[in-house]
Design a protein around this ligand. Structure first.
Ligand SMILES: Nc1nc2c(ncn2[C@@H]2O[C@H](COP(=O)(O)OP(=O)(O)OP(=O)(O)O)[C@@H](O)[C@H]2O)c(=O)[nH]1
Ligand SMILES: [Mg+2]
Length: 761
């Protein structure tokens, strides 16, 4: 399953990574002239500039305007996200700025391993090199440093990190490899999936090397070679030679240009772009991001606009600065170069923009098909990697909705396995199988499970955003139970839709093992939407002036984890949090911050009856373009840093987590949050040996919508098949999801026995 691409900015401290991020996005990541200004990674959305489908004159109706002809497509091109200006489309792409890397990072030097860990899910890297020579290897201020060596050692750190991780397990890996007669791709992918790799990447790596010996006979040199090639495949890198505005830059650039292939190098001055954007925002200059020209009021007056474009006056000092910048950067290099950095990164990644439309005749995407000759066209554009198939794009856009067929321009049907490319199968209309009508459910406490495609959901989310802005909608959730047989002991207070916020917790619920329960909760005064879903029965109980969520184990249930075996495990008091809008205790403050961050992301939060959640700081909500004031990563780091609500490592009593989606294995456009069974490391989720079973998100209707995550998408313990799926997990899912729970349990037991047998022998 392809997910949205992620490009990471790497480099030594103070090379200008955060500045580059700021120059490409609207974010304001902290910048400083001292090493390790950035510790937690910053994520933001940048825009790739690509030729839009609407600029193709070959398309039907795309002809120059004339009184009788329909409006040409490029005048009707209205992207849902980004923009389209004269056929140049700005397509959102996610960027990640991480902490600086120093030599020896793979051994833990600097912020070493943490930094490297943050990189795992990058699809391409932008190595920001400081070519001014004013910072040494460790980012400390100096003069006359030769940055040409930085390129090699930084890459080497990444290779050593991957190699180190692999070698830790090499002995056992080899034995297992021989014992189960796995292929080299299977065995390596088992190790490399944590870097967001796919079997295809591993296969390409091995193809390139064409090694003769079987994996178990590889010597250290060969393993190193494999890792080196894997890093090339997995992390294609563009080198951004930054700070070209500095007078010492030229000689360093010249030296690097002699040693490195030209197609990987891009010159830029991130600080100039940031400066110009800021001046434009403040009304001092006219400047469109990435362009060659910048005009002040004076310039425009000179050019014959008496009003000076309505710009503010600039003083002498500012004018000199702008003139210098023009001389040093814009006139010499044609632009600040930052946009080219991104374009180049998308080139090395081989990204193909695909335009999904509802109506293949009109290219419209309106719900009614948008057939009109004036209707907006090409509302959506998704970026997929080179080599993706029509089926890949279908799943990216439509999630798990079964496919009926797919059409391209002219109503021509295309095959699921056909490749997409620029100008080829890149305007697609997806036709899912019609969804059988859902039998009406008793509206009392259960909200229907509404299947929505990711695209529909995106639109709803936007609609909701607009609605929220117009009039804040109280969020009264309805209770939704995953389990039809869930025995809600609802007392009257909870009936209907207007659940009182003070009684936000449902009465005790006990469901059957293996099913989940969800209850949306509004936190009064704070606007927090909270919901819990648990894979085990949990209960909420009022006691000692607080409300406690508890996890219940069945009498006969055993668990390898002691905390799970304890019945009535108290995990948190939500009432406590609610009662302290300006909380006194640091734990509450943190809990609120976490809640808040999640709500800011518009993704919802999890409160669960499970004691030992961990969470991923590598969250990806590519289509959440709503104001992201505090990224989930921040909440994640708060949890990571430990508190009463801390992650698994710190506290066994944690009960609040924001669970983020990540991962190639997820439908990339899934959103909402995922709650996982306890005791599963979330880094990376693809290595869970079990999986969460749901994603839920608040919908425009006020209900919680729920999508089951097909568990076979997760790679757990078991044998990996050719598609990188593991048998055990898929069996569990298929059995568990279609309701034949006994069968699932039986199978689980069988598997456990099998496992035990294996362990004994
Ligand atoms: N002259 C010049 N200075 C720059 C440029 N880009 C960044 N800087 C300066 O370099 C210093 C470091 O910038 P940051 O963006 O914080 O660098 P970083 O790579 O994110 O650093 P860490 O987070 O510490 O790893 C700041 O003082 C910036 O103002 C540039 O294009 N030209
Ligand atoms: Mg930084």
């Amino acid at each position: 399953m392809p997910r949205d691409p992620l490009i990471a900015l790497v480099g030594k401290p103070s090379s200008g990574k955060s500045t580059t991020l700021n120059s490409l996005t609207d974010t304001t990541a902290k910048v400083g002239n001292f090493p390790f200004t950035t510790i937690d990674p910053n994520r933001a959305i940048g825009y790739l500039h690509l030729p839009c489908a609407c600029s193709r004159t070959s398309l039907p109706n795309n002809i120059p305007p004339s009184p009788s002809a329909p409006t040409p497509l490029h005048l009707r091109c209205k992207p849902n996200y980004g923009a389209c200006l004269d056929g140049v489309r700005s397509v959102p792409i996610e960027l990640l700025d991480v902490a600086g890397l120093v030599p020896g990072a793979h051994l833990g030097k600097g912020l070493g391993n943490k930094f490297l860990d943050d990189l795992r899910h990058a699809d391409a890297l932008i190595h920001v090199v400081d070519v001014s020579g004013t910072t040494d290897q460790e980012g400390k201020a100096t003069r006359g440093y030769d940055p040409s060596a930085d390129i090699a050692w930084l890459r080497d750190e990444i290779v050593r990190w991957v190699l180190g991780n692999l070698m830790l397990k090499w002995g056992g890996l080899k034995r297992r490899h021989t014992a189960i007669k796995a292929t080299a791709v299977e065995t390596l992918q088992g190790q490399f999936s944590g870097y967001g790799s796919t079997s295809a990447v591993v296969a390409r790596t091995l193809d390139r090397l064409a090694l003769k010996q079987p994996l178990q006979d590889w010597d250290d040199k060969t393993v190193e070679l494999v890792v080196n090639t894997f890093v090339d495949e997995k992390f294609p890198t563009v080198i951004a030679l930054n700070k070209i505005d500095h007078p010492d830059a030229d000689k360093n650039v010249a030296k690097i240009a002699r040693a490195e292939p030209a197609e990987r190098l891009v010159l830029c001055s991130a600080i100039s772009e940031v400066f110009l954007r800021r001046l434009a925002k403040q009304g001092f200059v006219k400047y469109s991001p990435g362009s060659e020209t910048v005009d002040t009021r004076e310039d425009l007056v000179e050019q014959g606009d008496p009003d000076g474009g309505g710009l503010k006056e600039t003083d002498e000092k500012l004018r000199t600065r702008i003139e210098n910048l023009k001389d040093m950067v814009l006139y010499r290099f044609g632009s600040t170069g930052v946009n080219q950095v991104l374009t180049r990164a998308s080139e090395v990644l081989g990204l193909v923009p695909v335009f999904p439309v509802r109506n293949i005749a009109s290219f419209g995407s309106g719900d009614g098909g948008g057939a009109g000759e004036r209707a907006a066209v090409f509302r959506d554009c998704v970026l997929v990697k080179k080599g993706s198939t029509v089926g890949d794009v279908y799943r990216k856009v439509m999630g798990d909705a079964p496919m009926a067929y797919v059409e391209t321009v002219g109503g021509v049907r295309v095959g699921e396995d056909d490749e997409v490319g620029v100008g080829k199968n890149d305007i697609l209309s997806f036709k899912p199988e019609p969804i059988p009508p859902v039998a009406p459910q008793t509206p009392r406490l259960y909200a229907p499970v509404i299947p929505v495609t990711p695209l529909q959901e995106r639109r709803r989310r936007r609609a909701r955003g607009a609605m929220d802005a117009a009039a804040p909608q109280p969020y009264w959730g309805r209770y939704l139970s995953l389990d039809d047989e869930a025995s809600w002991d609802a007392d009257d207070e909870y009936e209907g839709e207007n659940v009182s916020p003070r009684t936000m917790l449902p009465p005790p619920i006990f469901g059957r093992r293996g099913r989940g329960h969800i209850a949306p909760i509004d936190i009064p005064g704070l606007g927090h939407r909270v919901a819990g879903i648990a894979s085990r029965p949990w209960a909420a109980e009022r006691r000692d002036g607080g409300v406690y969520l508890e996890q219940r184990l069945e009498d006969d249930e055993t668990s390898s984890d002691d905390s799970m075996r304890t019945p009535h495990h108290i995990i948190c008091s939500i009432e406590d949090i609610l009662a302290s809008p300006s909380p006194q205790s640091p734990a509450h403050r943190q809990a609120l911050t976490i809640l808040d961050a999640g709500v800011d992301m518009g993704v919802g939060l999890g409160i669960t009856g499970l004691p030992t959640f961990t969470m991923s700081s590598r969250s990806r909500f590519p289509e959440v373009h709503c104001p992201v004031r505090r990224p989930v990563s921040m909440a994640a780091s708060l949890v990571d840093e430990g508190s009463a609500f801390g992650g698994r490592r710190r506290s066994r009593d944690s009960g609040i987590g924001i669970f983020s989606l990540e991962l190639s294995e997820y439908p990339p456009s899934s959103k909402g949050f995922v709650l996982a069974p306890p005791q599963r490391p979330v880094h990376p989720v693809s290595s869970w040996s079990s999986s969460p079973f749901g994603i839920l998100w608040p919908a425009a209707s006020g209900a919680l919508e729920y999508a089951s995550v097909p568990m076979r998408r997760y790679v757990g313990n078991g044998r990996v098949d050719a598609q990188g799926r593991r048998e055990r997990v898929s069996r569990f899912v298929e059995a568990g999801m279609d309701g034949s729970e006994e069968q699932a349990e039986e199978e689980e037991e069988e598997e456990e026995e099998e496992e035990n047998d294996k362990r004994v022998t």
